[in-house]
Design a protein around this ligand. Structure first.
Ligand SMILES: [Fe+2]
Length: 420
């Protein structure tokens, strides 16, 4: 196998030349003189790139050509070495970029919301550049700012100024205080924000740091932008759901706003349970959509002010399954189908449609059941007396453990009592 050291390769080639032509060629450290004056059949060829010189013993008329050959060989080996070095540097740089992106992907995977994802980007930038602190500025409907490891107001202000300047100019800059700022750009949408970092903990920023930060910035910009697109889509979806639900509720003037109130009451219980932000969003959607199956009920039933016939009741009782059937083709709501289908189940197993009991019933359905019943009790209804708020809360408490999950009923009463 060929040696990886350039001087070894040169030596091996020279040995081959010497043995095949019958000359003597030796490599000596540069600067060492064997004799004050070389003989006619001897020449020293300096090879400064290798810190060597070649001593050649050959017929005098061959000395020039063999010297040139050795110089050219040395230059070629040197050139190959430089190419190999720059290739190695490039591979190391790519590896560093990959490692940083991998680290950021890991963090983003664990981040639960937009803010956590933004902080994951900033944290990765700080670590990869060994920066003392940093600021991430994101454009949106409003500017959002995130700081990490910036302890003084002065430093925060400085980073903020730098981020804002870059946000306007779109140019990467390194200032006199050894701070650095770069724009976060998405090719089809322009600038989505900027990143400003404080001085490095050791030394100054190098061109390699800039390259790595630019890669990270480009990747982060894409993620932030797709996150924003996702939120836009989610808001649009929520808007459509709200208008659909309002249309259903409006079929009967007495139930107007019912689904929205069920959403708000469900939120009170979710706060008591300490449910995560992303999950709360799902609960809100489930609460808004819980009666979507009523869209299939005839107006004669919805507007009926007298008693419903047994046949009409059996139709009303089908609305949870009808809701599931309506929403099942929508991929975005698969996780909340149980909440829609089970919101009339009772904790004691006496509800409908399946007669599920206790924790067999989906958590969201147990939450919505309390919120739904409370709103039904306090609004003007066709087939039940209207309760005052206090009476309805007493009723919820009285039915804890039978109709309602006792934990959900307790949290609801507690939250309602403190929100008076
Ligand atoms: Fe319902």
């Amino acid at each position: 196998m060929a040696s990886i050291y350039p001087s070894d390769r040169l030596k091996a080639i020279l040995e081959t030349i010497a043995s095949s032509l019958g000359y003597q060629i030796r490599l000596l450290p540069l600067g060492r003189e064997r004799r004050p004056k070389p003989a006619d059949d001897e020449i020293m060829v300096p090879l400064p790139d290798f810190g060597l010189q070649a001593e050649i013993l050959a017929p005098p008329d061959r000395l020039d050509s063999i010297s040139n050959l050795i110089r050219n060989l040395a230059a070629e080996i040197r050139h190959q070495e430089q190419e190999s070095l720059s290739l190695t540097e490039e591979i190391v740089e790519r590896y560093q970029q990959l490692a940083i992106l991998f680290e950021m992907s890991e963090r983003l995977g664990q981040a639960r919301d937009y803010g956590a994802r933004a902080r994951a980007v900033l944290q990765t930038a700080l670590e990869s550049a060994d920066a003392s602190g940093g600021c991430l500025l994101l454009n949106g409907q409003e500017l959002t700012l995130y700081f990490l490891k910036t302890e003084t107001d002065e430093e925060r202000q400085h980073l903020l100024n730098l981020a804002q300047k870059t946000n306007q100019s779109g140019q990467t800059s390194v200032d006199e205080h050894r701070h650095i700022a770069l724009p976060l750009l998405v090719s089809h949408r322009g600038q989505v924000g900027s990143l400003a970092l404080g001085p490095r903990n050791r030394g100054q920023y190098r061109s390699g740091d800039l390259k790595i930060l630019s890669t990270l910035g480009a990747y982060a910009a894409l993620l932030i932008d797709s996150d924003r697109l996702y939120r836009d889509l989610e808001n649009m979806f929520f808007g459509t759901v709200r208008s659909l639900v309002e249309a259903i509720d409006a079929k009967d003037p007495r139930t107007r706003g019912h689904s929205e109130r069920v959403r708000q009451f469900s939120l009170l219980i979710a706060q008591g349970l300490g449910i995560e932000v992303a999950e709360v969003k799902r609960l809100e959607l489930a609460a808004l959509l819980h009666d979507v199956g009523k869209i299939g009920l005839p107006d004669t039933i919805l507007n009926n002010r007298g008693d419903l016939s047994p046949e009409q009741w059996s139709l009303v009782k089908q609305h949870p399954q009808m809701g599931v059937a309506i929403m099942a083709p929508v991929s975005h709501v698969q996780d909340i189908l149980p909440a829609i289908g089970e919101h009339h189940e009772r904790f004691d197993g006496q509800g409908y449609p399946a007669g599920k009991a206790g924790r067999e019933i989906a958590l969201f359905a147990r939450i919505i059941a309390v919120a739904d019943a409370f709103d039904a009790m306090t609004m003007e209804r066709t087939y039940r007396t209207t309760f005052t708020r206090e009476q309805a809360l007493e009723e919820v408490a009285r039915n804890a453990g039978t109709q309602f999950d006792p934990e959900m009923a307790r949290l609801f009463c507690q939250r309602m009592a403190s929100s008076v």
